[in-house]
Design a protein around this ligand. Structure first.
Ligand SMILES: [Cu+2]
Length: 185
């Protein structure tokens, strides 16, 4: 995906249609490489409590995770116990680099609309229609967004050994290094 971004910025003069056609061809190629039908399925699926074989404690600080990296096995169901030990809002989100990049834009909008503040989440506002039939609700099973001192659990089944990262997409946090790799053993 880093290659794609560089590619896009390098061909600013080419028509948008051409760029889109080329970049989707690249996306398809990398999707095939990971053996999945699109990135969404490759990141895994929400897990069942009965299948949990391991618990990983994750502490979120300003602005880094403890641990910095995570190792899992393909097919494993992991319970993540996530605590926000920092003084800022943080997110724990399992996805690909491209998914995180997309989510960062959404979070930027949330901050712009006052839904998200540096140390506060205005959850009531998340249900508001943004005028396009969409809300800014954040209840995806692969992520949790927490205020300072809040905690949450995510049970996740890693179905594919895709190139995954856990990351915080609160504006500025990913760029300052609040992300880590998911390694497959
Ligand atoms: Cu953060």
């Amino acid at each position: 995906m880093k290659i794609k971004r560089t590619f896009l910025s390098g061909v600013a003069g080419v028509t948008l249609t051409t760029v889109l056609a080329l970049s989707s061809a690249i996306a398809l190629a990398s999707g095939t490489h990971h053996g999945g039908h699109g990135e969404k399925s490759a990141i895994g699926v929400p897990g069942e409590a009965v299948d949990v074989t391991r618990t990983i404690d994750v502490k979120m600080h300003d602005n880094y995770y403890e641990p910095e990296e995570i190792a899992v096995k393909k097919g494993e169901t992991v319970r993540f116990k996530i605590v926000n030990a920092g003084e800022l809002v943080h997110e724990f989100n399992i996805g690909t680099a491209a998914m995180h990049a997309g989510h960062q834009k959404e979070m930027m909008m949330m901050m712009k609309h006052g839904v998200l503040e540096a140390d506060k989440i205005n959850r009531g506002m998340m249900k508001m229609d943004m005028g396009n039939g969409k809300t800014m609700e954040h209840n995806d099973p692969n992520s949790t967004l927490l205020e300072p001192k809040e905690s949450a659990e995510i049970i996740w089944k890693f179905t594919d050994d895709a190139e995954l990262e856990f990351a915080c997409n609160v504006p500025g946090h990913y760029a300052s290094g609040m992300m880590g790799d998911v390694h497959f053993e």
